[in-house]
Design a protein around this ligand. Structure first.
Ligand code: NDP
Length: 233
């Protein structure tokens, strides 16, 4: 039984991941920003704004007081903005960068020392295929995920000698609240553009995160694993 810390576990991909790990017998702490929607056995919600390093330090402390040191960190909390590049200002840039990349930076900065001390640990980031290929009308979002991918690859090289594996899962289009601005016909068009003919589910991503966290993935590090139904090949 391990202690898994998931940011953004209240909804969507994070909630599916929290449920999967808890169902496998692990202790799960999840961070939420607004409301602890998800409840369950072996699942403990802790409020945390991942953009704020002080909030992250305080919340990681609470998580470790409850379940001991974090063995698997899943940095999943994220936001997206859709619009032309010129629609956004500096405030928007700071908010999306501080959430999508800053959240990963703040969480890893807090947790790496204890993983290094113990000579083991797994760090997983939830990125996006748009970080790999770029998306029209999601330029800022894509840039934040590109930063996530580079950071993951760099951390893997830096932390491998300390027995810590670092990977990202890079989802395609996944049907969550993040897609709420899309109409049914938008979603149908996206499914049609996906070789496997459907949108992804939160569980598709959760299952990949679970595999990457375990011993069967013990020789995998520094990878950006696409889970996108073939949308990006
Ligand atoms: P949702 O919008 O369903 O959930 C977002 C989660 O992030 C919520 O739990 C939310 O908490 C949390 N969150 C947002 N901002 C903060 C913050 N500052 N501090 C702490 N928690 C925060 O999103 P998804 O499940 O769809 O997305 C999860 C990840 O997957 C994101 O990184 C996203 O970029 C990525 N992704 C999603 C895709 C998709 O198509 N859905 C595709 C590719 C990548 P609260 O509930 O409290 O607001």
């Amino acid at each position: 039984m391990s202690h898994i810390l998931i940011s953004g576990g209240s909804r969507g991909i994070g909630a599916a991941t929290a449920k999967l790990f808890a169902g496998k017998g692990h202790n799960v702490t999840y961070f939420f920003k607004n409301a602890p929607v998800l409840q369950g056995e072996r699942i403990t919600p802790v409020q945390c704004d991942v953009t704020d390093p002080l909030s992250v330090a305080d919340s990681v402390g609470k998580a470790c007081d409850n379940y001991g040191r974090v063995e698997v960190l899943i940095s999943n909390a994220g936001i997206s903005y859709t619009g032309l590049a010129t629609d956004f200002d500096f405030k928007d840039y700071r908010m999306i960068m501080d959430t999508n990349f800053g959240g990963l930076f703040n969480l890893t900065s807090e947790i790496i020392p204890s993983m290094v001390h113990n000579g083991s640990g797994v760090i997983l980031a939830v990125s996006s295929m748009w970080g790999q290929t770029g998306a029209s009308c999601e330029a800022l979002y894509s840039a934040t995920k590109g930063a996530v991918d580079s950071y993951v690859k760099s951390l893997a090289k830096e932390l491998g000698p300390s027995g810590i594996r670092v990977n990202a899962v890079s989802p395609g289009v996944i049907d969550t609240d993040m897609m709420s601005e899309y109409t049914d016909s938008d979603k149908t068009a996206l499914a049609d553009d996906t070789p496997l003919g459907r949108l992804g589910t939160p569980d598709d991503i959760a299952q990949t995160l679970y595999f990457l966290s375990g011993s069967r993935a013990s020789f995998i590090t520094g990878q950006i694993i696409g889970v996108n139904g073939g949308f990006l090949a």
